[in-house]
Design a protein around this ligand. Sequence first.
Ligand SMILES: Nc1ncnc2c1ncn2[C@@H]1O[C@H](COP(=O)(O)OP(=O)(O)OP(=O)(O)O)[C@@H](O)[C@H]1O
Ligand SMILES: [Mg+2]
Length: 400
Amino acid sequence: MKTVFPGGRIGVLGGGQLGWMLALEARRMGYGVGVLDPVAGCPAAKGADFFLQAPLDDVEAALRLSAQVDVVTLENEFVPAALLARLEGTVPVRPSAAVLRTVQDRLLQKEFLKAAGFPQAPFAAVDDPRRLGEAVRAVDFPAVLKSRRGGYDGKGQVLVTEPGALESAWRAIGGRLAVLETLVPFRKEIAVILARSVPGEMRAYPVAENVHVRHILHTTRVPARVSERTRREAERMACGIAEQLGHVGVMAVEMFVLGDESVLVNEIAPRTHNSGHYTFGACVTSQFEQHLRAVCGLPLGDPALLSPAVMVNLLGDLWLEGPPRWETVLSRPNARLYLYGKEGAGVGRKMGHVLVVDADTDRALREAEEIAARLGASGASAPAGRPAGGGGADGRWARC
Ligand SMILES: Nc1ncnc2c1ncn2[C@@H]1O[C@H](COP(=O)(O)OP(=O)(O)OP(=O)(O)O)[C@@H](O)[C@H]1O
Ligand SMILES: [Mg+2]
């Protein structure tokens, strides 16, 4: 195994905010960075040494990238596995095409988890209008119908309240290949961010507690308020998943905690993750440095928490009535501002985040919510926080 040391170059497929923060950390550590993305003004392009503008399925462009770097990695799971397989002949690709093939298709991901014995909500494939009855028998209702590929922030998902509504729900998501899964009455959502190195060393970050609003991550609180048993179980499952997949790099495993403290896997992301933003500012080693260490063949850094913290996402909604009131964040010594430099602030678009560092996470959460509420020029355009818990059919999804 050839280690890539500072001075070497990292190729990143995808140019969103995760790629931008990866590039920041890479450059801090003395690496060069090349980014490929379809959008010229994407966040990561601003942090890169060189940029290739091309779709993520453009094999020729990806080969041009791989020819100029020592290792190729990715910042989202929408890069076709077949393209990664082509690059694997030219340069180390981490994570591998095989990992992406399993994870980027919700059905294959769930089948992998099932075969490996990790608990999750009952699910069934929805791929043929004549076989909807089989899917209906496999799950309990209400259920969620999710397209197999390409979804994020709840896109391509619809709530199915009863069996008779499945057909119209499927039409609502365009009749695409999909997965139907039981709606989980979770008490809370957590995520484990971990890294696995080339020789298989694994380090997990402290378990994070997430609150989503309209399917988009709103806040992350660390450490999560879960029992020691739940924490250990969540970590055991996440590490087991990374090990069995043969993953290299950072990975996030989103989970549901039920009323009896048992844990179900929601989904796997084979990359750095929004729920791991707290690591960049609140941990010894950020998830971005950790990912670089892993894909460069280096030993992993220390994931220890320097201080409890709360992260709040800043959505484009805050820009609707003019530029946000930055003094709201910058007047507070324990709040760190991260802005991704995106052009155009649409509703629901992730524009940045704030990390509030405080030994008391209740206080940090109150402060984070206050910042998000006051940043909007009107002082009231932040999404209303949802009370923790309850994956219930409460109108947050389009219904069928
Ligand atoms: N089966 C389920 N039961 C209860 N809630 C669910 C279920 N599936 C999804 N959700 C809710 O919707 C959120 C988004 O769902 P999911 O993680 O599947 O979507 P996604 O579009 O892949 O999101 P992202 O990639 O942004 O995390 C979850 O974090 C959870 O709050
Ligand atoms: Mg998710």
